[in-house]
Structure formats: C-alpha cells, structure tokens
Design a protein around this ligand. Structure first.
Ligand code: CO
Length: 217
C-alpha cells in the first residue's frame, strides 16, 4: 500500500520514483529506536543547548545544536563549520554511538555504505518553524552524501532541483524516516516548508527534530 503521506502527483512514495541519488527510508527506526535516539539528542542538548542561529535574514526559526568534531553554525560572519560551540567555546559533544548506528542503517544499500560523517547538525522545529530552500555547500567534499533522520512531528520536506528556480516537490518525512541526498542529488535545493504539529508519535516530543549528518571537514 503506498504511503498516503506523500501528496498526489509528487514522488508517489516509491523509491523508484525518486530522482537518482535521493533515497527515502520510511520507518528506518522503530519506536524504540526513535526513543533511544531522542534520548541521545537530549543528552547532547544538555551539553550544547539549542540556540537560534543568526543569518542575514534574521534568526533561524529552527533552533540548532551540533554533535561531532565539527558543527554547522551561522552568525553575521556567515555560514561555516566550527570545531567549537561559538556560544560556549567548548568542543561540540562527540557524536553518540547511536547516531552512527542510525547513519549506518540509513546508508546500507546506497552507493555510500561506508559514509562516515564528522558533523551532525540537530535542528528543532517548533510549530511554525521552517527552513527556506537552500543548497548544502559549506562542506569540503560534495562526493559525500547528506543523511537526514527525522524525529517527532511530520515535516514537509521540500526537494528542488539543482537551480533555485526549479519547482520544489514535497516529500513528507515522519518520525524514524531517513533521507539520503548523494550523487546527482547531493546539490539539490531543499528545505522544510512546515511541520504538522500534533503528529509526533514520540510522547515527550512536540515538534520535529532533524539530525543532518555530513562529512564537513
Ligand atoms: Co540543508
């Protein structure tokens, strides 16, 4: 039965309809796996609290933190990876083992089974939060994929083309799903149109958390 979460006329929910290099793994993590991952996120956030990053357009509506040897950050100096948390000067928390296990499961059966990220950007989307269409281009090696794991509320993930003008399509990502963008899809524009409040199957989590794994350095 096709996933009814995908809007008609879009990717229709079957991997065969996704463009080359884009992989969707619905339900990669079962409820216990989601709860364990969320507990690890909370531990990271106790060490490196979520904060809204500053961009030229103002504060991001998603709150962010990082784990790993590099963390994505933005302030008036621009977008970049930092080996330390600019808010505290401390190193980012190390990537928990359960993060790496989720990535390994996500990239199995893709062209990048040995993907070893050094950065995990964790975004929290509360009600009304979104992320405009953008490309991820602050990393050194675009041959490495990007892996995103979702927790909590459903989100409308926007997948555009390789140019900003190409119309984006919506893929609904649910708690426990993974999305992999690599190869011909590595530089696709993408974003979050909105989240769907109240849809989180994770009891303590209201909102959406995304874990975006990249090889940054
Ligand atoms: Co991005």
């Amino acid at each position: 039965m096709p996933r009814k979460s995908v809007q008609p006329g879009l990717f229709a929910g079957t991997p065969a309809n996704l463009p080359p290099g884009l992989f969707h793994r619905p339900g990669l993590l079962d409820p216990a796996g989601q709860a364990a991952l969320y507990a690890a996120v909370q531990a990271v956030a106790r060490d490196a609290p979520f904060a809204h990053a500053r961009t030229r357009m103002g504060l991001t509506s998603a709150a962010m933190t990082n784990a790993g040897s590099a963390g994505w950050w933005s302030d008036l100096k621009g977008y970049r990876y930092e080996t330390r948390n600019p808010a505290t000067g401390a190193a980012w928390p190390p990537m928990p083992a359960i993060f790496r296990e989720a990535v390994a499961a996500a990239v199995a059966d893709t062209p990048w089974p040995d993907f070893a990220p050094d950065a995990c950007l964790i975004n929290f989307y509360g009600e009304g939060a979104k992320m405009g269409l953008h490309q991820d281009r602050d990393e050194k090696d675009f041959a490495q994929p990007i892996v995103t794991v979702s927790l909590g509320d459903d989100g409308d993930f926007l997948i555009g083309g390789l140019t900003r003008s190409e119309r984006a399509q919506v893929l609904i990502v649910k708690s426990g799903d993974a999305l992999i963008m690599g190869g011909d899809s590595r530089m696709r524009f993408h974003g979050i149109r909105k989240i769907h409040p109240g849809t989180s199957p994770l009891e303590p989590l209201a909102g959406r958390i995304s874990l975006t794994f990249r090889k940054a350095l």
